[in-house]
Design a protein around this ligand. Structure first.
Ligand code: SF4
Ligand code: SF4
Length: 448
């Protein structure tokens, strides 16, 4: 008998229980967003190398057509999200505050938006592992949970490692976001097919879908459809933030610890988000590329909140207009409130990794002044990787970034924001840590 399963209550130590704010959108079926008159397709759609444009200014493109090729192993191709005309290939602002080259397409409203027919339908059962991984790459898919890591790279397991279990992240532990929730209700067949394809890609005999216990409707939708041979299982885990982080998921589901600085494959795991695998299940057999994704639009002062199937490259301004935003916004975040990205321009486009658009006014304005640390230790009790955020915060204030890295394991921080959330002194700990990591990276680059 497995003693871990007998005594383990399917969760991880520490973490927090923030207000969920999901009821506004989680029961609303996904609807298609109308096509924006202009689409801005950044060539940097993943954390890897940007793609290379293969279209030219003035060219007509069809929805689903390849418009940019992958530039090397860590890069993904891009397909046209709309039928239209390439207005320009230019440098644009990105959500991260930087610049990226983008293909700007004027959407054709006269010729309709039929998806281009693919002559490349594929039978995943007869394909070899390397052919399958190449086919995954051809879809242009990246981690849709926000990481935007190229999925084909994650599936390329080194020869000296073997995968015993795929973990499928269906937690969606970020407050406000319900994209994955809707995917798990509406795309069960695609999800299970995507899981089978991923199992073949990494040669894993088993997969476990981890779902938080705040989604009983998801459990009811998936459980009856699981294969009888037990190769794909579903496990319910505690609703707690950040349950969906790879380290937390591995521990909660199997009691396994991913080593500091290591990869899940080092302990025989491969971990994927549910939306990523559902898209693979839909796109790969059809030989199509990723051109749209589901986004949760939610928050304050919106007439139309919900989940919307949105073309990649739709500008945030268009999303807000569609949602009938009428307030005096204080903060607009791409993603959730814990790990999302506050943006400073409404003209930035959504990318493949964007899972939500969150508008905050009243709640954001309730944040108080930053006060001195009162040594309450709440941040230590919240940190899921057992760091000392209070001490790290003091070192950041003293600009001792090298000490943070060398002696206080700064690089184990995955910026979940749990410490900032609980801090009664409103110390923006996670912002300090992001800055410290960026400066350390730059220092290492300078020092070769
Ligand atoms: S942001 Fe970093 S230090 Fe803070 S709780 Fe999360 S992992 Fe720990
Ligand atoms: S939660 Fe804030 S006040 Fe409390 S120990 Fe941590 S940094 Fe200090």
């Amino acid at each position: 008998m497995n003693l871990f399963n007998l005594f383990h209550n399917k969760t991880f130590p520490h973490g927090i229980h923030p207000e969920e704010y999901k009821a506004e959108t989680n029961a609303k079926p996904t609807r298609r967003l109308p096509f924006s008159p202009e689409i801005i397709v950044a060539l940097a759609q993943s954390i890897g190398k940007p793609a290379k444009a293969i279209v030219f200014k003035g060219q007509q493109v069809l929805r689903g057509e390849l418009i940019a090729e992958a530039d090397g192993f860590m890069s993904v191709p891009i397909h046209a999200p709309v039928t239209g005309t390439v207005k320009d290939i230019d440098i644009v602002n990105t959500a991260k505050g930087g610049k990226s080259t983008a293909i700007i397409i004027t959407t054709s409203l006269s010729s309709g938006q039929m998806l281009i027919e693919s002559d490349n339908q594929q039978n995943y059962l007869t394909m070899s592992r390397s052919e399958l991984i190449q086919a995954v790459k051809n879809t242009g898919i990246v981690g849709l949970g926000g990481a935007a890591f190229p999925t084909h790279v994650k599936m390329s397991i080194p020869d000296d490692r073997s995968i015993h279990t795929i973990l499928v992240n269906g937690c969606e532990c970020e407050p406000f976001l319900t994209t994955d929730h809707r995917v798990m209700l509406e795309k069960v067949e695609d999800l299970l097919l995507g899981i089978r394809i991923a199992m073949k890609c990494v040669d894993a005999p088993k997969a476990i879908i981890g779902v938080e216990d705040n989604k009983p409707d998801v459990i009811a939708a998936i459980q009856p459809n699981l294969p009888k041979d037990g190769s794909i299982q579903l496990e319910t885990i505690e609703t707690k933030y950040p349950q969906g982080a790879e380290k937390m998921l591995a521990y909660s589901l199997l009691g396994l610890e991913i080593p500091s600085g290591g990869l899940p494959s080092e302990i025989g795991l491969a971990i994927f988000n549910v939306a990523t695998l559902a898209e693979i299940g839909a796109l790969l057999p059809a030989g199509q590329g990723l051109i749209e994704r589901i986004i949760t639009i939610t928050g304050d002062d919106l007439e139309k909140s919900g989940n919307f199937l949105t073309p990649i490259g739709t500008p945030v301004r268009y999303l807000l207009e569609f949602a009938g935003f009428s307030g005096d916004e204080i903060e607009i975040i791409l993603g959730g409130p814990m790990m999302g990205l506050p943006i400073h321009s409404l003209d930035v486009p959504i990318t493949k990794g964007t899972g939500g658009l969150l508008v905050l006014d009243k709640r954001a304005s309730e944040q108080g002044d930053v006060l001195p640390c009162i040594k309450c230790t709440q941040c230590l009790q919240a940190c899921p990787v057992f760091l000392n955020p209070a001490e790290l915060g003091q070192l950041a204030a003293a600009r001792q970034y090298d000490v943070m890295e060398d002696s206080y394991h700064l690089n184990d921080c995955f910026e979940c924001g749990a410490c900032s959330y609980v801090c009664p002194s409103n110390i923006p700990l996670v912002q300090y840590f992001r800055i410290a990591k960026t400066l350390n990276r730059e220092r290492h680059l300078e020092n070769g």
